[in-house]
Design a protein around this ligand. Structure first.
Ligand SMILES: Cc1cc2nc3c(=O)[nH]c(=O)nc-3n(C[C@H](O)[C@H](O)[C@H](O)COP(=O)(O)OP(=O)(O)OC[C@H]3O[C@@H](n4cnc5c(N)ncnc54)[C@H](O)[C@@H]3O)c2cc1C
Length: 366
């Protein structure tokens, strides 16, 4: 449905918008037609997207392509480039959708979803190089073992399978409902570790440019929930370092992490922490101190259990979640002077979803 404010625009603006929409649909049709024959059956137009996120709100993707191999990704890249869509039509890489809020109007571009064919876990028996090891890999201790995890592999599966194989160090990932690719993009972490602390190397396909290939972890410039991974760059696999250890001890740690999560974090539809923690403080504490814990706005509510979580009702609206984020952020800024930085990625909301334009610059990463 057309948003209310559009009806107030001049007729020329509406005509222009209609033309843009028609042109975009034409370009998308060209992209899908240019896909390799094996990929085409896995491409859909106007496909549900919000439903694929943990918020379970939001609209459709103009096009959604399931990729099961690096070749599929390369085929999509060729289609985007040959149709002239690369750089014209927005591209979104979808992992498990656990850090995304999709607008009710959806996403007007191509979404690529790496599937089970890109979720392998290998190298469990391969000893990592010791000091002065294989060229191109950082030296790690003799007891270390590298594993190679597909970009679409779930982090909980990664944690449990490595522990079962007698490999320790990735237990922290068990409570994060994302994928390996999403973890690289976000530098996901918790319980005293993060992706940066174990990532050695990764492989990616750049869907719109000449980037991609194999790279050292340093290229990602991983920061607190940030990376320099391009928005149209798809993680194919990541090599992560583990150490040999007792599976029982690893399983006990996993159980403790799962127990802690259940005790401290709400269930329901959410995307984890809404805002990153400002230096030396916690976003949850600030939201609570500003009196926002439990606040409801339409179909969205600041969790009663953890003030840095916003939950959406079944059948809720992304607009309500965004409005609540905006409101909470303003209240915290007014009460404490701290402008919270969103951790959740806002998809399809336009250039200035939180209304920052014209206001004081946002706090940057420490
Ligand atoms: C209950 C709950 C608890 C959470 N707890 C934590 C936590 O403790 N710590 C934490 O860091 N996060 C946490 N999160 C947030 C989220 O799980 C992480 O950010 C996770 O890394 C996102 O992975 P994803 O696969 O779901 O990515 P998505 O949400 O699908 O996407 C997030 C970003 O990653 C990109 N992306 C996804 N897959 C790929 C790929 N294969 N290649 C390239 N880019 C890709 C997307 O384009 C997007 O920019 C939590 C979320 C929930 C719902």
């Amino acid at each position: 449905m057309m948003p209310d404010h559009v009806s107030a625009e001049a007729p020329d603006a509406r005509a222009c918008q209609a033309f843009d929409e028609a042109a975009r649909r034409e370009v998308l049709a060209e992209v899908l037609a240019a896909l390799p024959a094996r990929v085409r059956p896995r491409a859909r137009v106007d496909a549900p997207l919000g439903a694929l996120t943990t918020y379970r709100v939001g609209g459709n993707a103009a096009a959604l392509v399931d990729a099961e191999s690096e070749d599929d990704l390369l085929g999509l890249r060729d289609a985007l480039v040959s149709s002239g869509a690369a750089g014209q039509v927005p591209v979104l890489v979808l992992g498990k959708g656990s850090n995304l809020l999709v607008a009710d109007s959806g996403f007007p571009g191509v979404v690529v979803r790496p599937g089970s064919g890109l979720a392998a876990l290998g190298g469990l028996d391969a000893e990592a190089p010791g000091e002065g090891g294989r060229a191109g890999l950082p030296a790690v201790s003799g007891a270390a073992v590298l594993v190679r995890a597909g970009g679409a592999l779930g982090l909980a599966v990664l944690a449990r399978r490595t522990v079962d194989a007698g490999l320790r160090g990735l237990e922290w990932a068990v409570g994060i409902p994302g994928s390996v690719g999403g973890a690289l993009k976000m530098n996901a972490g918790g319980h005293g570790a993060d992706t940066a602390s174990c990532l050695v190397r990764y492989r990616s396909v750049d869907l719109v440019g000449a980037g991609g290939g194999e790279s050292e972890a340093a290229r990602l410039r991983l920061g607190y929930r940030t990376s320099s991974l391009g928005d149209a760059e798809v993680v194919v696999w990541a090599e992560l370092t583990t150490i040999r250890g007792d599976p029982e001890t690893g399983r006990a740690l996993i159980s403790e992490i799962v127990r802690w999560r259940r005790e401290h974090q709400p269930g329901g539809s959410n995307a984890g922490s809404v805002f990153t923690n400002p230096p030396g403080d916690s976003a949850g504490r600030l939201v609570e101190a500003a009196g926002m814990k439990g606040l409801r706005l339409g179909t969205a509510q600041v969790s009663e259990k953890h003030a840095n979580f916003i939950q959406a009702d079944d059948g809720g609206k992304a607009a309500d979640v965004l409005a609540l984020m905006t409101h909470v952020r303003r209240k915290v800024a007014a009460a404490t002077g701290v402008v919270l930085r969103p951790e959740v990625k806002l998809v399809g909301f336009g250039d200035d979803p939180l209304g920052d334009a014209g206001h004081a610059p946002m706090e940057v990463d420490p």
